[in-house]
Design a protein around this ligand. Structure first.
Ligand code: ADP
Length: 707
């Protein structure tokens, strides 16, 4: 036992040194490989992202610079011209560069003006020609009389003819317009609605740009009145047409309006249009206007927001600009200073440039270009980003100065932030963040080089475990065999020794003629015979086993009369064991056919089985040997009613040197070779041996030989 433990330890040590250790080393290198690979991959990815970010920010910077340079060129072309000459080139410049929201003049350090701005409306009091109060009408006698008749006496007939006279007598367009307007108004009051319509139509045609008191253009007022008149006479279609046209003209800046004027008319128009659409019965053709109205409304909203944003800038930005801009532009690399000014909820991004050579020029001569950040956000940046993102696993977000998202990619942001970067010169003051979607663990194994290492790892692990199991099994098996062999040697020597001893003792006794009775002597002869038979069976078993193990055993097949063979075999055994009280019952058909067999070998196999039956019979001294034909097979079975075989032993009893583990069985002498030989012999005859056993009840061994 001691020895086997030592051996086992030695084998495991060898296994560990020869296979385990190299495998572990290999595994370690594979693991390091994975780590290095990963680090390299991450570094390469970061480099890609850095490059992309660099390209993106410099691309934005480039676009801004281009705008500044173009602006500078216009300024140098217009070096000595007055403000009026600016308007067209600036308009063109704006139209050619979608990144330009507006251009402005920064004068006297406190005044901002938009020379080329197309604004929907202007600040209160900024339009000098709006305060028109017609001197002509105040001087015209007929006009004054007509006003008296209209407002005091409410004599509309007379007022009408008085206004008509005033109109005929004057050549002044302003007064003519005012007269026609008054005529239309009185016609309406006098309920000459058709006439009023005609009058308003001719105002629209001829006096559209004339402004009446409060500076309201006649074109606006007349169209609004006309629309209402159409409604009064029930012509909804013409009414909506007129209102829509007026809205369109106002959005397209047909007239310069101050904010209050614009807001008044645009709200009145919106309400009138809404009223028409909510009428109970409206002609179907009006529905066609619905879409136009919606489009006009959204256009109006965006223009109004833009106008308000610019006016807000005009009103409030001057001090900020003054604070942020340098006194002289001459030390700047390019004579443009990029600024960000935050007023209220609005953030303005602009470049301020110096007109002239920058040296002797005064701060009056500064011009600015306001950038269109909506265009940058919605059109330029997404396009640039899409062109430069390193992979389709990239998602990105641009955040403004307050950390609010400006632009985000279509795909959702995944968790790994790879890179965060600012724009060149922090203009705009936004940050760009790149995220990279990590592939699923399984997917990354499938696609990356790491998978090779992983599989290698797995393979090595598998081989290790497999090798370990094999080694353990082989070692255990060999050790078990070694144990059984050593058991065998000791039991076999014992087996040899005990019959030899009894033979020797009996022989001595017989020789000394100390046995008086003949009957007694006869008994001793029987014992002598039995012991020598045992010895010869044992020798045969050992010899045959060795031969078979070495593959040297040769069988001599011949026709054998099995019935005769069985009777010949059994009767001496019966004689031998009768004195022990054994009864061997033979149930063999006399007409058994003969079979091809090696009679000596078959005899040995059957003798072994009967010998076992005797050995393991215990107190039940009955044995049945039977033989018969079954489905082209010869069936020989030996049944005893003895100790039986334990369940755990039943599959092993035919193994070499195997002896039953039962204590009871152990008391019986044996070599563990008998059944092994039976099996080898039967299989050499192309037959099979089979056992059925019940512990305590007995066992039946059957041999099946093909006929
Ligand atoms: P042994 O020399 O030990 O009998 P065998 O190969 O003939 O060797 O038998 C192997 C084992 O099978 C025995 O040790 C015994 O445990 C069991 N065995 C064989 N025949 C019988 C039987 N008839 N009844 C009970 N056990 C048996």
């Amino acid at each position: 036992m001691e020895l086997s433990v030592k051996k086992r330890k030695k084998i495991f040590l060898l296994f560990f040194l020869g296979i385990g250790l190299p495998s572990l080393l290999l595994g370690y290198f594979a693991f390091r490989g994975i780590q290095n690979d990963q680090a390299l991959l991450e570094k390469r990815r970061l480099d890609d992202y850095r490059r992309a970010a660099e390209q993106i920010t410099s691309s934005v910077d480039q676009s801004i610079s281009e705008v500044e340079q173009a602006f500078m060129k216009i300024l140098s072309d217009l070096n000595n011209s007055g403000e009026r000459d600016f308007i067209q080139p600036l308009k063109d410049f704006k139209n050619q560069n979608p990144l330009v929201e507006e251009t402005f003049l920064f004068r006297n350090a406190d005044e901002i003006r938009f020379p080329a701005a197309e604004l929907l409306f202007f600040p209160e009091g900024s339009l000098t020609n709006s305060a028109v109060s017609s001197k002509q009408s105040a001087l015209n006698r007929d006009f004054l009389t007509a006003q008296l008749l209209e407002f005091r006496q409410k004599n509309y007939q007379k007022a009408l003819s008085s206004y008509q006279r005033a109109m005929e007598q004057t050549n002044d367009r302003q007064l003519k317009g005012e007269c026609l307007n008054a005529i239309a108004r009185v016609q309406k009051k006098a309920e000459f609605l058709q006439n009023a319509i005609t009058s308003y139509l001719s105002i629209i045609q001829d006096y559209s740009q004339i402004r009446i008191a409060d500076g309201i253009p006649l074109g606006v007022a007349a169209r609004f009145e006309l629309g209402s008149l159409y409604l009064d006479i029930g012509d909804t279609t013409s009414a909506i047409e007129t209102f829509v046209e007026l809205t369109k003209l106002m959005i397209h800046r047909e007239w310069l309006l101050e904010k209050a004027q614009y807001v008044f008319f645009s709200q009145a128009l919106k309400k009138s249009i809404q009223d028409i659409f909510s009428l109970e019965s409206i002609p179907s053709e009006i529905l066609d206007f619905k879409e136009t109205c919606q489009n006009l409304q959204s256009e109006e909203i965006s223009q109004r927001e833009r106008t308000e944003k610019l006016l807000f800038f005009q009103e409030r930005a001057a001090t900020d600009i003054q604070a942020k801009t340098p006194q002289s532009f001459s030390d700047l690399p390019i004579p443009a200073k990029r600024c960000i000014v935050e007023i209220g909820r609005n953030v303005y991004y602009f470049s301020l440039l110096q007109r002239g050579d920058g040296k002797q020029s005064s701060p009056q001569d500064r011009l600015g270009v306001l950038f269109n950040t909506s265009y940058l956000k919605d059109h330029m940046l997404p396009k640039i980003l899409l062109n430069h993102v390193p992979s389709d696993k990239t998602s990105w977000i641009v955040l403004d100065g307050q950390g609010q998202p400006v632009v985000t990619s279509q795909n959702t942001l995944s968790s790994t932030l790879i890179l965060k970067t600012n724009f060149a010169g922090n203009f705009p003051d936004w940050t760009l963040e790149f995220y990279h979607e990590e592939p699923h663990l399984f997917e990354s194994f499938l696609t990356s080089r790491r998978s090779i290492y992983f599989y290698m790892f797995l393979l090595i692990g598998g081989i290790l475990i497999f090798g370990l199991v094999l080694t353990v099994r082989a070692v255990s098996h060999e050790l078990e065999l070694a144990r059984m062999k050593s058991d065998f040697v000791s039991t076999v020597s014992h087996e040899f020794k005990s019959p030899l001893t009894s033979i020797r003792q009996i022989s001595e006794m017989l020789q000394s003629e100390r046995i008086p009775s003949e009957e007694r002597r006869q008994k001793y002869y029987d014992v002598l015979l039995e012991q020598s038979e045992r010895l010869s069976l044992l020798t045969d078993n050992v010899l045959n086993f060795t031969r078979m193990e070495e593959g040297k055993k040769e069988f001599e097949f011949e026709q054998v009369d099995l019935s005769g063979l069985l009777h010949e075999l059994i009767s001496p055994i019966q004689d031998r064991v009768r004195h022990e009280g054994f009864e061997i019952q033979v149930e063999v058909n006399k007409t058994l056919p003969s079979a091809m067999a090696d009679s000596a070998a078959i005899s040995q196999a059957i003798t072994n089985l009967i010998d076992n039956a005797i050995k393991y019979s215990g107190e039940a001294k009955k044995i049945i040997v039977s033989a018969g034909i079954e489905n082209q097979y010869l069936n020989i079975s030996i049944q005893d009613f003895g100790v039986g075989i334990r369940r755990e032993d039943i599959d092993k009893v035919f193994d070499r040197f195997y002896r039953g583990g039962d204590e009871l069985t152990r008391t019986v002498k044996g070599s563990g070779l008998g059944l092994t030989l039976v099996k080898q012999i039967v299989e050499a005859h192309h037959g099979r041996v089979h056992v059925e056993s019940e512990p305590g009840q007995g066992s039946t061994f059957s041999i099946r030989l093909p006929l």
